[in-house]
Design a protein around this ligand. Structure first.
Ligand SMILES: *Cc1c(COP(=O)(O)O)cnc(C)c1O
Length: 396
């Protein structure tokens, strides 16, 4: 076996292999609508946005979809529209936008620990954390694997509190035959470039509640439902027509996108699950996942190298990786006032966050590239003792 690049071998990739790339339609597919939109002079929140919302509703089997400027703004507006006050239960093991939306609404985040294998909010711990101050639960379909949504629906119903999901990773995910986007009071997708269904920038709120849909539609337009007499504190969170035109086409690619990702993921699973100390996210049998990311849990004892050592060595192979999601929210500066209260209650969050690494996956990646990434990891593992002792790989 050749040496890994960190020990002086030739890097597996000459040019950086990105961790992700958006799956886009050919330019010809958006040309006609874009021309017409230009000619009409109507470039935001109009007929293509309506068409995009209708396509999303149809694809998801959702009653209402409201397109917004981002998942972050969609989450912020959902909380305003539901008139939340008090405390919201959410994971700390997530992207920071989940938590930021709570802070923007002057609500208190209550971080609850995750299941050590699925990385989802643990329903049992959620149940125990509910108090009279709790107004809502905000689970995340992390990495595009559905959270146990029906269990959360039961908990929310029992306690008469709201349930909404950060579904940023999960456009196209399913539990049984039911799409993510049809659970809880509202689910919010992201359509930014690293996510499954891309509109450039954008987000999508899916809800079965007609009144909530009405409020979200006003909310994205400063709070004005058309009367010029605002009823809620809104934002400018409209989606542009450009973005919607792209979305109308990318929705059509979703199934193909997910199938391609699943095939590449299978290569990783086959090649890497043989190595000691590498674990994959546990997925229940009835779930379809989007593989928004491929998180590898690195048990440093068993693997012989820490997550950080592996990342450094892959970096030298020109393979881009990300520590999604590290540090967890409660250990970030912005959330420092919550550290004392929650850090001891989040052992699994801290452990998973400290050992997780996402490797490249996107539809346009070739099977050969996936195999090369897996080979690079095997080679680094083979040379683990020298890699660990390599000066330039020292981790502080
Ligand atoms: C990307 C992401 C968001 C934010 O999405 P935007 O559309 O960029 O606002 C929110 N939550 C999670 C879990 C994400 O990964």
């Amino acid at each position: 076996m050749d040496k890994p690049a960190i020990l002086g071998g030739k890097p597996v990739f000459e040019k950086l292999l990105p961790i992700t790339r958006p799956y886009l339609p050919g330019y010809d597919k958006i040309e006609q609508n874009t021309k017409e939109m230009f000619a009409s002079g109507i470039i935001t929140n109009d007929k293509y946005v309506r068409q995009f919302e209708a396509s999303a509703q149809n694809y998801l089997g959702a009653k209402n979809c409201v397109a917004v400027s981002s998942c972050t703004s969609g989450l912020m507006l959902s909380q305003k529209a539901m008139k939340l006050t008090g405390e919201v239960i959410l994971p700390s093991f997530t992207f920071f936008a989940t938590g930021h939306s709570i802070l923007w609404n002057n609500l208190k985040p209550v971080f609850v620990d995750i299941d050590p294998e699925t990385y989802h909010l643990d329903p049992k711990l959620v149940n125990e954390a509910i108090t009279e101050k709790t107004c809502a639960i905000l689970p995340v379909h992390i990495y595009g694997c559905p959270a146990p949504a029906t269990e959360f629906e039961e908990i929310a119903e029992d306690h008469k509190i709201k349930l909404f999901f950060d579904s940023a990773h999960a456009f196209g995910a399913k539990i049984g035959k039911r799409h993510v986007g049809t659970f809880g009071d509202v689910e919010v997708f992201s359509c930014s470039p690293t996510k499954l269904m891309v509109t450039g920038e954008g987000g999508l709120c899916a809800t079965k509640d007609d009144e909530l849909k009405r409020k979200l539609s006003a909310g994205r337009n400063y709070g004005d439902s058309g009367s010029y007499d605002c009823e809620l504190l809104g934002l400018n969170a409209r989606m542009g027509e450009f973005n919607a035109i792209l979305g109308i086409e990318t929705i059509k690619l979703t199934e193909e996108n997910i199938e391609k990702r699943a095939k590449l993921f299978e290569i990783y699973r086959r090649e890497l699950s043989r190595l000691p100390g590498i674990r994959f996210q546990k997925v229940a049998a009835n779930m379809r996942v989007t593989h928004k990311d491929v998180p590898l849990y690195i048990d440093s004892e068993e693997f012989g190298l820490s997550r950080d050592h592996l990342q450094k060595a892959l970096d030298r192979e020109n393979i881009m990786t990300k520590k999604y999601f590290y540090p967890p929210l409660h250990r970030q500066m912005l959330y420092k006032e919550y550290f004392e209260e929650f850090d001891k209650k989040l052992p699994e969050t801290n452990r998973v966050s400290g050992n997780i690494l996402s490797i490249p996956l996107y539809s346009a990646m070739s099977e050969e590239e996936a195999r090369l990434v897996a080979d690079a990891i095997k080679r680094i593992h083979e040379h683990r003792d020298s890699v660990k002792n390599e000066k330039s790989s020292s981790i502080h």
